[in-house]
Design a protein around this ligand. Structure first.
Ligand code: ZN
Length: 485
């Protein structure tokens, strides 16, 4: 067993700094400094998010960081849900503010007073906007970089629709967007409709994607909420329908955060360090020139030539020309999770070839320099397949069907058990197992959602038949139960 398996927390906490993702020495707990390498990965994730938003006709907005207490207090569930973990601004200079300001923990209460001004007629709907900003939560539990922090790099999409059904179609679209993103990040997941007691404050229902981390606990990495007209009523978001009546809008949100980076590090990394998905790796390949006395110039020229060729083909490639040994460079780039190392020595220059080495399994292939772009594309694809199949195997090997809550307690990973659907039984399952009911798998909760919407990497739940793990009643509805972060 390696260090990652023995002591995941220690492995994780050391690696995020060693790989120069962040600097934890900033003097506020839970607020880390993003370093260039870490930020570059996060920006790549954001880039895909922007692309998906454009594809699905969401428009980017940017709302102020502060929310007046008077607006924040309009939706009772939000206050209950976030009241204890918001930062307050109570002074401007030396003056006490008349109305204290909340530093946004999420932006419903900032956006919806404006939605009420923007939405007038059914022609203004659907309204689909999003922003990628920092949100702040006064986290009192133990913090962990990217996973539990006080300043969160956050994506939030907010929509308003004319009907309940149109808002539900939006949830469907969100799930498809998520499936495409998860595929790029090589991240398997479970999609669940959260039980009522665990839905987002103010939501009608919540759907969430959970990834499985090495301690076999799950991490919530994306959420989709149907608000019905709950917020519209609190913020007076009404439109004039075709028959001239004024109707409250139905709303949804979709949220993700830097936890995605936390999941990538945790799921794919090994004892040597990170393993980054090619889609978000700052360098998809690093060329390491193998230098021998007297032949340096020829090799360096060939390395630069090869890099230009690959850059022109659209790859992110870096030439490591540091004055270090080749062995040092190999280890260093392995630790930083670069998908492919390209070795180039004097013999390779003579033969007009290079050596491509996969980060995950060390597999080497000799590729003619003229075919380098094709060779790199193939190597990156097989490397990404390797990440996916290992992560998928870990997830599916750690799901167990159980009959009772007592049995679910003994399962490490995800236990799948029957649930009659009553809150009482669900709470009992949580109490007995000392774990969390993630919810009903999405394909069971929403059989009307098309199957392809769920993506290739989702753990499905359909076809279940059994008995409620608490009361023993026959049911075809399973729930996933796991320890969570
Ligand atoms: Zn029951």
């Amino acid at each position: 067993m390696g260090r990652k398996q023995e002591n995941f927390s220690e492995w994780y906490n050391e690696l995020v700094e060693k790989a120069d993702l962040i600097d934890k020495r900033y003097p506020i707990k839970g607020m880390d400094v993003w370093r260039p390498y870490g930020l570059s990965i996060m920006r790549a994730i954001d880039r895909y998010t922007h692309e998906e938003m454009a594809r699905t006709r969401h428009q980017e907005v940017q709302f102020p960081l502060f929310i007046p207490q008077t607006e924040f207090n309009k939706e009772a569930e939000q206050i209950k849900g976030f009241g204890g973990e918001v930062y307050w601004v109570t002074k401007g200079g030396n003056n006490d503010l008349d109305v204290p300001l909340v530093v946004r923990p999420t932006s419903e209460t900032a956006m919806y007073p404006m939605f009420s001004l923007w939405v007038r007629s059914h022609k203004d709907l659907p309204l689909k906007v999003y922003q990628i900003v920092s949100v702040f939560r006064y986290e009192t539990k133990q913090t962990r970089s990217f996973i539990r922090v006080r300043e969160i790099h956050f994506f939030e999409a907010h929509t308003a629709h004319d009907t309940y059904e149109d808002a539900e179609r939006q949830i469907h679209e969100d799930v498809q967007i998520w499936a495409r993103l998860a595929e790029r990040l090589c991240l398997p997941y479970v999609l669940s409709k959260r039980p009522d007691w665990d839905k987002f404050p103010g939501a009608h229902y919540s759907v969430a994607a959970d990834a499985m981390l090495p301690e076999l606990k799950t991490l919530q990495v994306a959420t989709f909420h149907h608000y019905k007209d709950n917020f519209a009523k609190a913020y007076d978001i009404k439109y004039e329908s075709q028959d001239s009546t004024h109707v409250f809008a139905h709303q949804t949100t979709y949220g993700m955060s830097e936890r995605l980076l936390g999941a990538i590090i945790s799921v794919h990394g090994d004892d040597k360090g990170l393993m980054l998905p090619p889609a978000v790796a700052p360098h998809q390949a690093v060329i390491v020139p193998i230098l021998f006395k007297g032949k340096e110039a020829g090799v360096m020229d060939a390395a630069r030539h090869l890099a230009n060729l690959l850059l022109a083909a659209g790859f992110r490639v870096h030439v490591d020309d540091r004055e270090e040994t080749a062995g040092f460079k190999f280890n260093d780039w392995e630790m930083r999770g670069v998908p492919v190392r390209i070795e180039l020595g004097p013999k390779d220059v003579e033969k007009a070839q290079c050596v491509m080495v996969r980060r995950d399994n060390g597999q080497k292939s000799f590729v003619a320099q003229a075919d380098a772009a094709k060779g790199l594309a193939e190597t990156l694809a097989s490397y990404a397949d390797g990440l996916v199949s290992r992560a998928w195997k870990t997830m599916t090997e750690n799901v167990r069907d159980v009959k009772t809550a007592e049995e679910a307690k003994t399962v490490s990973g995800i236990a799948r058990a029957g649930w009659c659907g009553s809150d009482e039984c669900g709470q009992k399952i949580q109490a007995v197992t000392e774990k969390t009911v993630l919810g009903v798998p999405l394909d069971v909760a929403f059989p009307s959602f098309k199957e392809e919407a769920h993506g290739k990497l989702v753990l499905p739940g359909k076809g279940f038949s059994g008995h409620c793990a608490a009361c023993g009643k026959a049911t075809t509805t399973p729930v996933h139960i796991a320890k969570t972060y």
